[in-house]
Design a protein around this ligand. Structure first.
Ligand code: FES
Length: 182
C-alpha cells in the first residue's frame, strides 16, 4: 500500500491514494469551507475557527482534511488546536456550564461552586455528561463581578449562586418543559 504523503508541501494535493483515510472527497460544505484556505499555511487558526463555527467543535476528520488542504502536517493542526482553549474536540453539550473563576468570583467562593457542579454532574472540568446534556468549563471574569460568584449556562447568567442553589439551577435545565431562570 502506498504511503500517504508527508503533508509538508505547501501545494494542495490533487490526487488521493488507495488506503488513504481521506480517499473519499470531503462533504460539499466542508469542501467549500476549506477552499479559501488551500495552500495557505499561515491560516491554521482561522480555518480551525471556521470549522468550529460550522460544527460546534473540531471533528477529527475535518482536521485531517484541513491539514491536507493547507499543506501542513496534521501534528501542527493539533498543536494549534490544543494550544488555544477556545477549541474543543467533542460535540457541544446541550447546556454549556461555565463557572467564573475570576478574582471576585474566586473570593466569593467559586471553588465550592465548581466542586458542587462536578459532583452533581459527575464529570470533571472540560468534560461532558455521557447523555450530552451538560458540559463544564471554567472561564475568567465574565464581566458581572457584582453578581459573584457567577455561573453561565449557555447564555443565562446565574449570579450569587451557592453550592446548594446551583443544584436547583441545574435541575431546571434537566426538566425540558421548565424554563430555566436565574
Ligand atoms: S470575577 Fe466573576 S464575573 Fe468578574
Amino acid at each position: 500500500m502506498p504511503a500517504a504523503p508527508s503533508g509538508t508541501t505547501a501545494r494542495p494535493r490533487k490526487t488521493v491514494y488507495l488506503g488513504d483515510p481521506l480517499a473519499e472527497p470531503p462533504a460539499p460544505d466542508l469542501l467549500s469551507l476549506l477552499e479559501p484556505y488551500q495552500g495557505r499555511r499561515d491560516t491554521v487558526v482561522s480555518v480551525l475557527q471556521a470549522l468550529q463555527e460550522r460544527y460546534g467543535y473540531l471533528p477529527e476528520r475535518a482536521m485531517r482534511y484541513a491539514a491536507r488542504e493547507l499543506g501542513v502536517p496534521l501534528a501542527r493542526i493539533y498543536g494549534v488546536a490544543t494550544f488555544y482553549n477556545q477549541f474543543r474536540f467533542t460535540p457541544p453539550a446541550r447546556y454549556s456550564v461555565h463557572v467564573c473563576r475570576g478574582t471576585a468570583c474566586h473570593v466569593a467562593g467559586s471553588g465550592a461552586i465548581l466542586t458542587a457542579i462536578k459532583k452533581d454532574l459527575n464529570i470533571a472540568e472540560d468534560e461532558s455528561t455521557p447523555d450530552g446534556m451538560f458540559s463544564l468549563q471554567t472561564v475568567a471574569c465574565i464581566g458581572c463581578c457584582s453578581l459573584a460568584p457567577a455561573v453561565v449556562v449557555n447564555h443565562d447568567v446565574h449570579g450569587t449562586v451557592s453550592p446548594e442553589r446551583i443544584k436547583v439551577v441545574l435541575d431546571r435545565y434537566r426538566a425540558p418543559e421548565v424554563e430555566a431562570q436565574s
